[in-house]
Design a protein around this ligand. Structure first.
Ligand code: TRP
Ligand code: SF4
Length: 331
């Protein structure tokens, strides 16, 4: 049998996953597990790079992200699911790669400057945060991943990973690391409740863990076309978040909604009720599987133990090659 290409991706455990995360990544991961040899991990070290001060919710966040993944359809029979810090080889490779990584490569990462100016309330002028792209490169290279599904914001890190791989192979005259490629998917754009990008920090999300009642309430607060005051006012669906959602969740009714909106034949309240109904039925299977997994945290730990074991096997093999190439395999 031909060996399948390796796909790897990670996500920070920063709290309840929302529909933006689902359509931006998770939905795609669930598809990829059928076609590739996939490794998906909870990037808890990465969460520490910015969140080292308050780790009180750390364990709960990891459990919850795993529940979200399993509920969304990641299947431990098809892919390897693990927790980054449980596979110590990531940390060792990070250390070894850091030895020959020029500081200037890290300082010029656009995400570094961005985050330093955005996260003003946190002190992230730390060694760990500057080195975060090196850690990400280690995550990828230690599995010799061929493809890395990421959002566009992560592309500079992938470019850096390729440079690090090339530099290592050149310095130690070897071919240990292949160069990974991004796997960009056509993103389905789903705005937040207020029309801005869906983000936890804007408090405008619909979480996978929201109950049907919560979803109903949240949908009723969504912003619509501000030009519509009366039901009979002609609407502009292209500026309305509710309509953006209808496109995804009401494919059979989309023409009717658009027609009725443009001609002032449906009120926004009725339009939202229709959406809430469809959204709730879309999310119901995930929500129900979530409730089931919440009762099975011991099974989740077993799944992760097995995932950690499989990941460690591969990671340890690569690390042995790295140590050999660098001549630090004295015994
Ligand atoms: N940096 C990524 C993010 O914040 C998460 C991540 C860590 C990752 N290591 C990775 C993604 C390796 C892909 C591959 O979204
Ligand atoms: Fe938006 Fe529907 Fe209101 Fe039109 S009728 S503005 S699509 S909520």
């Amino acid at each position: 049998m031909q060996k399948k290409d390796i796909v790897l991706s990670g996500m920070r455990p920063t709290g309840a996953l929302h529909l933006g995360n689902y359509f931006g990544a998770l939905e795609n991961w669930v598809k990829l597990q059928d076609e590739y040899e996939c490794y998906f991990f909870v990037a808890d070290y990465h969460a520490l790079t910015t969140g080292y001060e308050d780790t009180a919710d750390f364990k709960d966040n990891i459990t919850n992200v795993l529940i979200d993944w399993l509920a969304a359809g990641l299947d431990p029979e098809k892919c390897t699911i693990f927790v980054q810090s449980n596979v110590r080889e990531h940390a060792e490779l990070h250390l070894l790669l850091s030895m020959n990584l020029p500081l200037s490569w890290l300082y010029r990462c656009p995400t570094y400057k961005d985050q330093i100016s955005q996260l003003k309330d946190k002190n992230i002028t730390t060694y760990g945060f500057l080195g975060y792209p090196c850690l990400m490169s280690s995550d990828i290279l230690i599995y010799k991943a061929k493809y890395v599904p990421v959002g566009e914001d992560q592309l500079p890190h992938l470019e850096l990973t390729r440079e690090i791989a090339r530099r290592f192979n050149y310095l130690y005259n070897c071919e240990v690391f292949p160069e990974p490629q991004p796997l960009l998917t056509k993103m389905k754009v789903l705005p937040g409740l207020d029309g801005r990008k869906m983000s936890k920090s804007y408090n405008n999300t619909i979480a996978l863990s929201d109950s049907p009642e919560t979803i109903q309430k949240k949908v009723m607060t969504m912003v619509t076309d501000p030009a519509r005051i009366r039901k009979t006012d002609p609407g502009h669906p292209e500026v309305c978040s509710v309509f953006a959602y209808h496109k995804l969740f009401s494919p059979d009714e989309i023409e009717e909604v658009e027609h009725n909106c443009r001609n002032g034949e449906i009120g926004c309240v009725a339009c939202k009720k229709k959406l809430a109904k469809n959204l709730i039925s879309f999310m119901a299977p995930i929500y129900e599987r979530r409730l089931e997994w919440m009762k099975r945290t011991d099974d989740i730990k077993d799944i992760i133990r097995e995932g950690n074991r499989k990941a460690t096997e591969v990671a340890a093999r690569t690390l042995a090659e790295v140590r050999k190439a660098m001549n630090i395999d004295w015994i």
